[in-house]
Ligand binder design. Structure first.
Ligand code: PEP
Ligand code: MN
Length: 352
């Protein structure tokens, strides 16, 4: 249930409502809206009678929240959440581009790719230090060494870093370096990890599990918000279907539904969805058209030598082309790009 306060409600009124809710054994979560405060009621089992709240000073109205996810739902929080990472805003109507290799393989590799993607117009750099691999014999990532490399990449290029925390035991290490901590598809329902992310002040990029329904995905996000971290970015990365023309099936229909259901920003990762370089650019265009807040794509300067996901990694010139293609599309869908920089424009090139 969401308790909406009058614009004129005082801090004392709000504190009083919180106390009354908590005295009933529920938890109260103040939410700052555009013009007025709201207070969410959580941890109630079954419906709550609105009358005892409605009579409290400063209360304007009480709106029932019908969805199983509360904090992530639009019913609870009607305004879009905008997440700030350095000078990048995610979810404010601009189109964000995250790019980089699947895994950090060496300093030279990460820096080379970061310089390429920055020049083309990427806003954030991605690269795995701890890799979730299907085979225990596959490259598992350079771990802490990769985190040191990522810190260097940020220092040299200014690009904020997105990297994955594979489990709760490495979270401290990862959040020290990462500007955005990724929780991968295979970990979407790792509840210990979700709870750890809830205690972090760093934004979390939560990928959709490859067999997760939208409700399961939003419930996973709910764990993080419930834990106290409101900075969650959702990322659709393809789901398991019967198709064999691509690694997974990019579920673009999730984007408008999530946008309607939730205030959290939503990105699309076409690389892991298709697993094939030739499908990444068309699917990225589709992601922009369907209204995603941004895309995350894998790029490698020598994909044939990549230690993971080379087949889906774009060459730098393809990434440049992709940025050039989506810039006018972003404008068409009223998604401004980073202020002062047009993706793929000569200005972006000059700013490196
Ligand atoms: C990744 O982004 O590197 C990754 C492993 O993605 P996913 O969890 O979506 O498979
Ligand atoms: Mn990958």
């Amino acid at each position: 249930m969401r308790v909406v306060m009058h614009k004129e409600a005082t801090a004392d009124d709000i504190a009083h409502v919180v106390r009354v809710i908590e005295a009933r054994g529920y938890s109260a979560r103040p939410i700052q809206g555009g013009e007025r405060m709201a207070i969410g009621i959580l941890h109630n089992r079954g419906p709550v009678d609105p009358n005892w709240v409605l009579s409290l000073p400063g209360v304007k109205e009480v709106i029932p929240v019908t969805r199983p996810y509360k904090l992530v739902s639009r019913e609870f929080h009607p305004q879009d959440t905008v997440i700030t990472v350095g000078d990048v805003r995610i979810g404010n109507g601009s189109l964000v581009v995250i790019a980089g290799p699947c895994a950090v393989e060496s300093e030279e590799q990460a820096l080379t790719i970061a310089r390429h993607v920055r020049r083309a117009g990427a806003h954030l750099f991605r690269g795995g230090a701890f890799k979730p691999r299907t085979s225990p014999y596959a490259f598992q990532g350079l771990g802490e060494k990769a985190l040191r490399i990522l810190a260097k990449v940020r220092k040299e290029t200014g690009l904020p870093i997105v990297t994955e925390a594979l489990d709760h035991t490495v979270y401290d290490l990862v959040e020290e370096v990462a500007d955005v901590v990724q929780i991968g598809a295979r970990n979407m329902q790792n509840f210990t990890l979700l709870r750890r992310a809830g205690h972090s002040s760093k934004p979390v990029l939560l990928k959709r599990g490859m067999s997760a329904t939208l409700e399961e995905w939003l419930m996973a996000a709910e764990y993080i918000l419930e834990g106290g971290n409101p900075h969650v970015i959702l990322c659709e990365r393809g789901i398991r279907t019967f198709t064999d023309h691509s690694r997974n099936t990019l579920d673009l229909s999730a984007v408008p539904v999530v946008r309607k259901e939730s205030h959290l920003p939503i990105l699309v990762d076409p690389s892991h969805a298709c697993g094939r370089r030739d499908q990444v650019i068309p699917l990225s265009r589709a992601a922009v058209a369907v209204g995603a807040d941004g895309i995350m794509v894998e790029v490698h300067h020598r994909p044939e030598e990549a230690l993971s996901d080379g087949a889906q990694s774009l060459y730098p010139d393809q990434f440049q082309k992709l940025c050039e293609e989506i810039a006018p599309m972003a404008a068409l869908y009223t998604r401004a790009l980073k202020p002062g920089i047009t993706v793929g424009s000569p200005k972006a090139l000059a700013s490196t």
